[in-house]
Design a protein around this ligand. Sequence first.
Ligand SMILES: Cc1ncc(COP(=O)(O)O)c(C=O)c1O
Length: 280
Amino acid sequence: MGNEIVYLNGQYLPLADAKISVMDRGFLFGDGVYEVIPAYFGHLFRLEDHLERLDNSLKSIRLQNPHSHEQWRNLLAPLLKHGEDQSVYLQITRGVAPKRDHAFPQHVTATVFAMVSGITPHADPDNGVKALSMEDSRWKLCHTKAITLLANVLLRQEAIDHDCAEAILFKDGYLTEGAASNVFVVIGGVLMTPPKSPAILPGITRDVILEIARKNNIPCREQAISMDDLKKADEIWITSSTREIIPVVELDSEKIADGKPGSLWKMFYKLFQEHKKSLR
Ligand SMILES: Cc1ncc(COP(=O)(O)O)c(C=O)c1O
């Protein structure tokens, strides 16, 4: 730890040498946005989709993208290891201001940081994970991928404290998403996920799964899902760029169906791996 090369404000340098000012707005206010992009076999997966979401996040916090999509591609390329599966984390903050003031600083350059870490496959075809349902205590801009993640951190930690891998969140009785994932349920052979709205992050993995479903004629719907719906689900999955698709086999200490990863999950897991391989 410390020797890997990261990108900070125009320079590639060892992680241990990458330093920012304590006056950075990201440090003082959590005033910034980020992206997490998987790279399979050394190739960035759905980079354009991630960069489009980054544009939307930046727009929503009124910060200009310091780079074009082409510049991002060139900037991230030297961090990737040939042929390996990795995940790229990139973060942009409003930069270093001369004083701590909530108001946007004038004439300040954004701070740009990127680093890469290994992806280890999490899905185990024989075992899923446990999840805990919780009230969604987050703000109203969950479609913005903001670095301000304290609520998500507390929710995830509470799930971990209950020996669960993820918190599954509900707002006004309806499913939103996980603390760091989107949620899918299977009821009567139909795959469902909550529709895009400011209450959820529009997950790129979520889009891929819906595309795979449509391509394979698997019935799927984007619709509101209540706690009662979730209780009668045959399968529950969580999805994200670093975890791909993980089956939830226990919710609030109650087994989902027979408590084993479901048949549709097994099928999607295979289809997702094939989709990844097709990019090689
Ligand atoms: C709150 C939240 N929802 C959903 C996701 C899944 O998004 P993606 O599939 O783009 O990784 C994430 C990813 O970390 C997340 O943090």
